[in-house]
Design a protein around this ligand. Structure first.
Ligand SMILES: C[S@@+](CC[C@H](N)C(=O)[O-])C[C@H]1O[C@@H](n2cnc3c(N)ncnc32)[C@H](O)[C@@H]1O
Ligand code: SF4
Length: 456
């Protein structure tokens, strides 16, 4: 059995940010304006680049989906968006130094492979023409829905050096699949994984979700056994974030069919034991990877990073978000593109980037961001390193947070001394709770229970 103390979980289940950014997206506003964004983009810098391109289209809605998606079956809509993406990249190149080195590239969605091979090729070729300096060991990845994936697309990915693929599965149970409106027989996923392997992809991730309607312990056990036969290199097992006040399709679920928190816990406990006894290690709250995976050496050195796409060993790059809703992240800012297709097109037609809002980080934000991100990625804080980096006295600067953390210390979720704060395995699973005392905006959210999904 895993050495995680699940008895503690009930007490800590409360709404909280996932901290893919700090400050969270709720703090983004138009106080950070276009002119300032352009100034920051144009600053000369040696910082390497990580490029994210959002391809928002899906054929039909998976009812659980919390992503930024546009549903369509119209071919012309898809092609039109490619033309706009290319123009956005061109506008970007007038501000951002195109000689900067690219160490990471990611296609996210939506369903990127809703696009055919020719369109995918067109987008990647364009970005490579405009930003030609790609590092030899760049991480190049794509999210793929196995129901929309063929060999021509894989050939394009292979030709452009893609080396990571993440497949969405969620659950293999037929009843669950019908209920979530995503029928995806095992054979389809098996074929997709085989195809990626044949073309030399040696980092394959599979996404699962627990907490979906009609899931139960027995059904999920079967799903896990099937997933194992696919031999993925990494797995993400997400806790279903149920936010029907934000996402209409989630309202289609009869909430009485959602598994009770105690069942979810039982499912997750089993999942951890299952993967750990089958040669995987747990990374953070919801990821698993094989022990030889670079994620582990990075954790040991305290060098794991987290960004909008999850965990990565490639930290310190400037993230450039391209496409509808994409978020970019620089040393001192976050910038988000508009979510509205008409505004997106109008901005580009007028020769502007489709930027909508963001935030320029104050010194206090930067210090808290560093601490929260270190906790979220490495589950520890190196106090001396933080003091040196920001020229602060940690005990004084964070005296309120440290006071709050004592309850986690008393509950044996963290160990804390003057040099280090370290979460243990149970604490790792509650890392969002442990990060919250460092969040200066938290008091503002406490009154509004509907800001975030639940931490457990
Ligand atoms: C943007 S989707 C892209 C993957 C691709 N479109 C597919 O469905 O295969 C990325 C992942 O987010 C996860 N996800 C989406 N909505 C979620 C939710 N409400 N709660 C937890 N995870 C969710 C799913 O596991 C999904 O595979
Ligand atoms: S889970 Fe993937 S395929 Fe389903 S609606 Fe969301 S983005 Fe589209």
């Amino acid at each position: 059995m895993s050495d995680i103390d699940f008895e503690k979980f009930g007490k800590y289940s409360k709404p909280g940010p996932r901290y893919t950014s700090y400050p969270t997206a709720l703090e983004f506003s138009d106080a950070f304006n276009y002119e300032r964004y352009i100034e920051l983009l144009s600053e000369p810098s040696e910082q390497k680049l990580s490029i994210y391109i959002h391809l928002p289209f899906c054929r039909s809605a998976c009812y659980f989906c919390g992503c930024n998606v546009v549903f369509t079956s119209k071919e012309e809509k898809l092609q039109r968006y490619v033309e706009y993406l290319k123009k956005e990249i061109d506008i970007l190149s007038t501000y951002l130094d195109t000689k900067r080195e690219i160490i990471q590239f990611h296609f996210g969605g939506g369903t990127p492979t809703y696009y055919d091979a020719k369109s995918i090729d067109e987008i990647v070729t364009h970005i490579k023409n405009v930003f030609p300096n790609w590092s030899e060991d760049a991480e190049i990845s794509c999210e793929i829905d196995p129901r929309f994936f063929n060999e021509e697309q894989m050939q394009v990915f292979a030709r452009h050096g893609f080396n990571r693929i993440s497949f969405g599965v969620q659950d293999f149970d037929e009843k669950v699949q019908e209920e979530i409106h995503r029928v995806q027989p095992y054979e389809i996923t098996q074929k997709a994984v085989k195809l990626a392997r044949e073309y030399g992809i040696d980092s394959i991730n599979i996404d699962l979700i627990y907490g979906l309607p009609f899931q139960n312990f027995e059904s999920f056990k079967k799903t896990l056994a099937l997933v194992l036969t696919l031999n993925p290199d990494r797995l993400a097992v997400f806790n279903y974030a149920h936010v029907p006040w934000l996402k209409k399709t989630m309202r289609k679920f009869d909430e009485t069919t959602l598994p009770h928190p105690s069942i979810k816990l039982e499912i997750f406990k089993y999942t951890i034991d299952f993967f750990e006894s089958n040669g995987y290690n747990m990374v953070g709250m919801d990821h698993f990877a094989k022990p030889q995976d670079e994620l582990f050496t990075a954790i040991q050195k305290g060098e794991l990073h987290r960004n909008f796409q999850g965990y990565t060993t490639k930290g310190g790059a400037m993230l450039v978000g391209i496409g509808l809703t994409s978020i970019g992240e620089g040393e001192r800012h976050y910038a988000q593109n508009t979510k509205d297709m008409k505004l997106y097109e109008a901005a580009i037609d007028s020769g502007k980037l489709p930027f909508e809002r963001g935030i320029e980080l104050s010194m206090d934000d930067l210090i808290r961001k560093a601490v929260i991100m270190e906790l979220m990625a490495n589950f520890s804080i190196d106090i001396e390193r933080t003091e040196e980096r920001f020229d602060i006295d940690f005990q004084t600067y964070f005296c309120d947070a440290l006071e709050e953390l004592k309850t986690f210390q008393d509950a044996e979720l963290i160990e804390m001394d003057t040099k280090k704060i370290q979460a243990n395995k149970t604490g790792t699973m509650l890392i969002r709770n442990i990060a919250m005392p460092f969040d200066a905006y938290m008091n503002k959210y406490k009154a509004n229970k509907k800001s975030f999904s639940k931490t457990v």
